[in-house]
Design a protein around this ligand. Structure first.
Ligand code: GRF
Length: 220
């Protein structure tokens, strides 16, 4: 049975689109039960509406404090009974209510190779640090900022002409493949989440191909 998931977004929703397209193509065995945002203006909400996926906006400013917002967010997500919660460009740190409601079952995609460059501006931090490779990380969300257990990573070169935007664009191309692949791995039982992350060895075969085509595309 397709894995019921909820997707949380704040912006464009290109990762949301990638998940939906992977699901259409049979590469991501999910049922997207809801798309929830902290911003009314998040473009990805339109994409969800076009597909008749239930949407909801839970804005921080509508609540007395962050803890109350977090409780409301957890409630809104729980109403859709997801087995997995995917932060796909959700630009706020989720709090204790979310984490206790969905223990080990919230994942996030981050545009850097964690534990390097957590927080905002991962690509800018990478360019400023002068690293020669960067990439994206899908990890379990814990109470820290981008600190939870790493599930999977994919790598891109940092090219001499890169600025943060160019690098981020290239990283996002990988995110669009890695995130649906990880979700599919969870759906098919090849990746086990919870108190500990376990990734079946066979899952690494498709993951390995994530690196070389990206490099080949840029290297010509
Ligand atoms: C992604 O690069 C993700 O890594 C970061 O926010 C960005 C969201 O992009 N957390 P989009 O809204 O999915 O296009």
């Amino acid at each position: 049975m397709a894995l019921p998931i909820a997707i949380l977004i704040s912006g464009t929703g290109s990762n949301l689109r990638a998940i939906l397209e992977a699901a259409d193509a049979g590469r991501c065995d999910v049922n997207v039960r809801a798309v929830i945002s902290d911003r009314e203006s998040a473009k990805g909400l339109d994409l969800a509406r076009e597909r008749n996926i239930p949407t909801r906006v839970v804005k921080l400013k509508d609540f007395a404090d962050r803890a109350q917002w977090d409780i409301a967010l957890a409630q809104a997500v729980a109403e859709h009974a997801p087995s997995l919660v995917v932060l796909a460009g959700f630009m706020r740190v989720v709090g204790a209510a979310m984490i206790t409601r969905f223990p080990g079952l919230i994942i996030n995609v981050h545009p850097a190779l964690l534990p390097l460059f957590p927080g905002t501006d991962g690509p800018l931090q990478a360019v400023r640090a002068g690293v020669r490779v960067s990439g994206c990380t899908v990890h379990v969300v814990d109470s820290g900022v981008d600190t939870g257990p790493i599930i999977a990573q994919a790598v891109v070169p940092v090219l001499p002409a890169d600025d943060a935007d160019r690098l981020h664009e290239r990283i996002q191309q990988l995110e669009h493949r890695l995130l649906p692949a990880v979700i599919d791995g969870v759906a098919r039982g090849r990746i086990e989440l919870g108190s500990e992350v376990r990734v079946a060895e066979r899952w690494f075969d498709p993951a390995a191909t994530l690196v070389s085509p990206a490099i080949a595309a840029e290297g010509t």
